[in-house]
Ligand binder design. Structure first.
Ligand code: HAM
Length: 422
């Protein structure tokens, strides 16, 4: 048997109801917050990711699915969406119509990480980007969006961590302090971090190797090196969050796994997830649009890891399984023909309806109705047709009533609708 590729997964019918529910909640919320959907491709030129995410990051160094195109170029399955959204903002000159855009995308990302619980090689992200706004309230609003989303899904045990990574003005002084701190600690760093120490020392905060992590516990804090503008920006973000009673912790080690960030970074963590506890993460990237050849427009965004949200909601999958409202148990060929016709009319009125095509016994059909979790069964045989009345049974209350065949569709539909309201 040919099996799934390691790190990839199928999302089975019993799970897809919950996925659709979460996607519905988030699309509604994006609407309320004034976001428009942007659909971007899964494949991009490799260079786009190397230049935006950063050549020294784990993603670009080790995790990309890159392949040679037959026409000679190098292509990569997107490991994240921000780079593609920025490319589209520039390529379609969206900024010329209006520099301010609020865009969201939903879809699969690909990273060749070591698979484990909560970490897959194909995973789904809900991604949001806001362009053209320097104001710290834009950062706070995205965090507010994330927390509202978590609340709507009734997720608890959630922590919010925030940090500021400064700007090209103040970061060099921090890098200098960090390099001085690392100078006497070479023997504690892994070979990747030794290599990153001179070029990109902030990356060391993100290293998972225990001795590197331990070393960085005593590292200087970037928050003590912020310039006046970055300090003000970060203070305003915090005040805005406090204004909405959103609890948060500042975490000066939160550099995130991508190099494009400036100023605010944030992450939402869920204790119940174990080792891979980040449900969502994001931040500001004021230099990225320009560095990819666009105008000097700021950006800020986030991505939610949908697979991890699903893990938190796993116990609720059953609530969202789609069950028929009505199952028609038809006995005899005439009844089957009429039932088939009724079913199409009933479905047109948005009542989920199923029937059996195998001419089985009433007992077998009732068993199937129960197995599918139908709310009602309509029982009709050739004799009922002749007498002009079928039987509608509520499987929950076990109450049943006669329904005249002549007005069957409208009566059945209105009965089922009424019971939905109750
Ligand atoms: P990220 O932190 O790399 O940020 O990913 C965001 C979220 O995607 C993570 O918090 C996690 O929930 C989920 N995720 C990441 N990798 C995996 C994986 N291998 N398996 C399952 N879930 C995963 C970004 O991707 C940025 N583009 C976010 C952003 C948007 N920043 C600004 N705009």
């Amino acid at each position: 048997m040919i099996r799934l590729v390691r790190g990839f997964k199928d999302i089975l019918p019993e799970e897809t109801g919950l996925w659709q529910y979460v996607e519905g909640v988030v699309r509604e919320l994006f609407d309320d917050f004034g976001f428009a959907e942007l659909r971007i491709p899964i494949v991009e030129q490799t260079e786009l990711f190397a230049r935006s995410i950063g050549a020294d990051t784990d993603i670009v160094e080790k995790e990309m699915y890159t392949f040679a195109d037959r026409s000679g170029g190098s292509l990569t399955l997107r490991p994240e969406a921000t780079a593609s959204v920025v490319r589209a903002y520039i390529e379609h000159k969206l900024y010329a119509k209006d520099p301010v855009w609020k865009l969201y995308s939903v879809g699969p990302m690909f990273r060749r990480e070591r698979p484990q619980k909560g970490r897959y090689r194909q995973f789904c992200q809900i991604n949001a980007e806001v362009f053209g706004l320097h104001d710290p309230r834009a950062d706070a609003e995205l965090v507010l969006f994330l927390m509202t989303f978590m609340q709507r899904l009734e997720l608890s045990d959630i922590e919010l961590h925030i940090n500021s990574l400064g700007c090209p003005e103040c970061r060099p002084s921090f890098k200098k302090a960090l390099k001085a701190f690392l100078a006497g600690r070479s023997e504690r760093l892994c070979s990747d971090c030794l290599r990153r120490r001179d070029k990109n020392p902030l990356r060391i905060f993100d290293c998972k190797v225990p001795s590197c992590k331990e070393t960085m516990q005593d590292a200087p804090s970037i928050l003590e090196h912020l310039c006046k503008d970055c300090r003000n920006h970060f203070d305003t973000v915090q005040r805005a969050l406090e204004g909405f009673y959103i609890p948060f912790q500042t975490n000066h080690r939160l550099v995130r796994g991508l190099d494009y960030y400036t100023r605010t970074t944030f992450e939402v963590l869920a204790g119940a997830l174990g080792a891979q506890d980040a449900v969502a993460g994001g931040g500001r990237y004021d230099g990225l649009v320009k560095s990819l050849g666009g105008p000097d427009q700021p950006g800020v965004g986030f991505a939610i890891g949908v697979d991890r949200v699903m893990e938190l909601l796993a116990g609720r999958a059953q609530e969202f399984e789609k069950r028929p409202d009505l199952y028609i148990a038809a006995l005899g060929s005439q009844a089957q023909d009429r039932a088939f016709e009724w079913m199409q009319h009933i479905r047109r009125q948005k009542v989920r309806t199923e029937m059996d095509f195998q001419d089985r016994s009433l007992k077998a059909q009732m068993r199937r109705a129960n197995k599918l979790g139908a709310s009602y069964v309509l029982i009709v045989g050739d004799r009922e047709l002749e007498e002009g009345a079928a039987v509608l049974r509520n499987l929950e209350t076990r109450k049943q009533e006669q329904v005249p065949v002549r007005d069957l569709v409208s009566i059945v539909v209105s009965n089922i609708r009424r019971s939905r309201i109750i």
